[in-house]
Design a protein around this ligand. Structure first.
Ligand code: ADP
Ligand code: MG
Length: 326
């Protein structure tokens, strides 16, 4: 089983940011309203994610580190109607196989919880402890036992860029959750958690960019889209300016990006991208998220219809602006 975990780790854990993604997704799935993220040295030395979510039952903390011990799917049917971000039950065992992990968790406010520590897949502690309701995961020394993998890590600054990217997307996906992000003790992000997407955009991209965005809202029988998109004058050279969420999950999908850009096509300077956050929602049967362990790619069962919907929604949004010809 240790071998299986090491192999899975190779797929799930590419770099510190992939660990962070899994930890934040677990906190979101646990229903947290606050998620505090801290990293040191680009996450290579330390990643810490603390949430105030449901917590893990005392008897289940160790179990959570076993393969396919997901609490989120119980029938085959569930696999086609995934409502949580995680579902494979592979992340924690994979992370624990290639790092030193401490998990402290409690399911209520009695102050009593459990701490489990695992190093390179081996259990080194498992006992009761004082803990507030929620879960704190601390991951140290990623790849300390897989030097070949460690060698491929880039500079601290590059790894930090990937970490920020993960935190920003999750914060944009969930304006109702208060996020903080610190790196080497410096606070890089703080979102209010009041449900206001524009305030999250302001915290990440600056107040003036946030003010200049226009609201997107449209739906038909299959799809709904909400979000914020930039005026064509407010574009960036960087494709990262675009955040696409499908049923709350951050994805990279040409099936959405292409029609989005197509709607801007005649208005847009070459090689520039509008700042935008797009929330697509649809029945879970219309989207397959079970394509890759890192889950960034998805497949849509009615892709052409979706493309047409996105392009038309963005065109309507833009042409509703008085000074843009439709
Ligand atoms: P998955 O998310 O695919 O179920 P993971 O390996 O990420 O698998 O997590 C295993 C299990 O551990 C989860 O199903 C969940 O029950 C529990 N768990 C992990 N992190 C948390 C958390 N922050 N809060 C509550 N439960 C958690
Ligand atoms: Mg998970």
């Amino acid at each position: 089983d240790h071998l299986a975990n090491q192999i899975a780790a190779g797929e799930v854990v590419e770099r510190p940011a992939s660990v962070l993604k899994e930890l934040i997704e677990n906190a979101v799935d646990a229903g947290a309203s606050r998620i505090d993220v801290a990293a040191e040295e680009g996450g290579l030395q330390l990643l810490r994610v603390a949430d105030n979510g449901s917590g893990i039952q005392s008897d289940d903390v160790l179990l959570a580190f076993q393969r396919h011990a997901t609490s989120k799917i119980s029938t085959d049917k569930d696999l086609f109607q995934i409502a949580t971000l995680g579902f494979r039950g592979e992340a924690l065992p994979s992370i624990a196989a290639v790092s030193k992990v401490r998990c402290v968790s409690a399911t209520d406010d009695t102050g009593l919880g459990r701490v489990v520590e695992i190093e390179g897949g081996a259990i080194v502690a498992n006992r009761e402890t004082n803990a507030p309701k929620g879960t704190e995961m601390v991951v140290r020394d990623i790849f300390y036992n897989t030097p070949a993998r460690l060698k491929y890590m880039k500079t601290i600054q590059t790894e930090l860029g990937h970490l920020s990217d993960i935190v920003y997307r999750q914060a944009l996906a969930r304006p109702d959750i208060a996020f903080t992000f610190t790196h080497n003790g410096n606070t890089l992000l703080r979102t209010p958690g009041n449900g206001e997407l524009r305030q999250v955009v302001a915290a990440i991209y600056g107040t003036s960019s946030a003010k200049a965005m226009i609201e997107v809202r449209d739906d038909n029988l299959d799809y709904a889209i909400t979000g914020l998109t930039a005026m064509p004058t407010e574009t960036r050279a960087n494709r990262n300016a675009l955040t696409v969420l499908v049923n709350g999950r951050y994805v990279r999908s040409q099936a959405i990006i292409q029609p989005f850009l197509q709607a801007y096509h005649t208005l847009l300077p070459l090689h520039r991208y509008p700042l935008a956050v797009l929330n697509l929602s649809m029945h879970p049967s219309l989207v397959d998220v079970n394509v890759h362990p890192a889950k960034l790619e998805v497949r849509f069962s009615k892709e052409n219809e979706l493309r047409a919907f996105v392009e038309s929604a963005i065109k309507k949004t833009l042409s509703a602006q008085a000074y843009i010809p439709s």
